[in-house]
Every structure is written in structure tokens, then in C-alpha cells.
Design a protein around this ligand. Structure first.
Ligand code: ADP
Ligand code: MG
Length: 233
């Protein structure tokens, strides 16, 4: 489903540059649940943003669902992003003046769905994350865990093939973190492919595979493990 070869990325700083990714090779198959680990500044978000087509690599090949992702126009990139990918962020990135239902429905608007269909779908996914009863509440009226569930419902609403999560539990206490991870595991059991950036070992252990970044390279990849720890709750 995802194939990355010899990927490089640098950021310019003044007259020089910071070489963050120095030749990443990564293959992910459908149905995997992969943790991307590494210390702060190791390039986890950089890699995830390239995978999510929010940023572009300097060198290397990236193929998503057989489609080479290179030199795409903004419009094409947006179409692929909408079709293939769902994003979950540490800080939820919900729109604070829209209620839960409206937040989940928003990406469906950009997909050109009619209003009634958007509402139906948004309700379906809010129910899936256990928050249908909270549909009319604003993010400020929900807990961190509830807001992350709304964000997950929003990511699921377009039925993406791949879910990308950047430190999805980074702003949550550990009980809520395990709860969110257990929900992501459930999605994986239903066949969703997930890539989860984290710097917490216990969170990574709840994935089937752990890829560790260090000094711009993958220094460890237990590809064969494909087995999960049970949440410690
Ligand atoms: P991580 O997510 O693992 O903490 P990042 O991918 O965010 O790491 O960042 C990797 C390195 O690249 C860090 O040193 C960071 O400061 C630098 N960096 C990230 N984004 C930019 C940018 N847009 N411009 C310049 N430097 C950046
Ligand atoms: Mg990061």
C-alpha cells in the first residue's frame, strides 16, 4: 500500500541546511498498524507529513496505493489526500466554533457531498466513536479524549485507506491514551491501515510493528512482530 525508497529531506537554515531524513526505506502493507518512534527532532513528523502529502521529499521515491507521489499539482495532491488519507493530530485540530457534528461533516463538504448525506455520514461516524449524544457540543465543551474521538470520526468520515496519526495521545493522560489506542486497534482489526507517530514506548507497544528513527535513518524495524501488547488498563 505504501512504498518509500531512499527518501531524503533537508530544511534550509540560513546559508546551510539541516539534513533530517537521510535515505529512508519503508514498506507498509494493507492492514498494518505501525508505530514510528524516535526522540524529539528525529524527523518523525517530517516523515509523516511527506507520507501525508503535506510536504515533499527532496529525493527518493514514494508510492501510495500504486500511485507515484511526485511533482503532483496542488489539485491532484488534494484529490489523493482526500481519497486515501485521514489525519489525526496531537492537538486535535478541530474548529473551535463548530460543534462535533459540523467538525466531522466538514471534510465531506470538500468532497462535494450534499448536506443531508454529510449529516448522515457524520452521525454514523460520531456514533462509531461513541459520541452521537455529544453531536451539538463545541470542542470547548468536550474533554481531551472526546475531542480526539471527534477528530478520529472526522478522519474516518471520508473512509480513507490509510490513517496517519502524529502523537495522537500526546495531549492526553495515560488512561485516556490507552482508551484512544484501544479504539485505533479496533479500527485496525476492522482492516484499517494505521501509521502512528509516538515517542512513548507503551503506546508504540500497542501497535503491531515499531519503526525507530535515529540520525535520519531507520535504525530498527520489527517488521516480523505484527503482534500487539494488550492495553494496561
Ligand atoms: P519530530 O517530529 O521527530 O520531533 P520533526 O520532523 O518535527 O521531528 O523535525 C525534525 C528536525 O527538523 C528538527 O530539528 C526540526 O527543528 C527541524 N524542522 C522541522 N520542520 C522544519 C521546518 N519547516 N523548517 C526548518 N526546520 C524544521
Ligand atoms: Mg513531531
Amino acid at each position: 500500500m505504501l512504498k518509500i525508497e531512499k527518501l531524503h529531506k533537508s530544511y534550509p537554515i540560513g546559508d546551510s541546511s539541516l539534513h533530517v531524513l537521510k535515505g529512508i526505506d519503508l514498506f507498509v502493507e494493507k492492514g498494518e498498524m505501525v508505530a514510528i518512534m524516535g526522540s524529539s527532532g528525529s524527523g518523525k513528523s517530517t516523515l509523516l507529513n511527506i507520507i501525508g502529502m503535506l510536504d515533499e521529499a527532496d529525493e527518493g521515491n514514494y508510492t501510495l496505493d500504486e500511485v507515484p507521489i511526485k511533482n503532483l499539482s496542488e489539485k491532484k495532491a488534494a484529490i489523493y489526500r482526500n481519497k486515501f488519507l485521514g489525519f489525526i493530530f496531537q492537538s486535535f485540530n478541530l474548529i473551535n466554533y463548530k460543534n462535533a457534528l459540523e467538525n466531522v461533516a466538514l471534510p465531506l463538504y470538500y468532497q462535494g457531498l450534499k448536506r443531508t448525506r454529510r449529516q448522515e455520514k457524520a452521525k454514523f461516524y460520531l456514533e462509531k466513536v461513541g459520541l452521537l449524544g455529544w453531536a451539538s457540543h463545541l470542542p470547548s465543551e468536550l474533554s481531551g479524549g472526546q475531542n480526539q474521538r471527534v477528530a478520529i470520526a472526522r478522519a474516518l468520515a471520508s473512509n480513507p485507506k490509510l490513517l496517519l496519526a502524529d502523537e495522537p495521545t500526546g495531549a492526553l493522560d495515560s488512561t485516556t491514551s490507552y482508551d484512544i489506542m484501544a479504539f485505533l486497534q479496533q479500527l485496525n482489526d476492522e482492516g484499517k491501515t494505521l501509521l502512528i507517530v509516538t515517542h512513548e514506548q507503551d503506546i508504540a507497544n500497542m501497535c503491531k510493528r515499531i519503526v525507530r528513527l535515529k540520525d535520519g535513518l531507520i535504525m530498527e524495524d520489527n517488521f516480523v512482530k505484527q503482534q500487539r501488547a494488550i492495553a494496561d488498563v
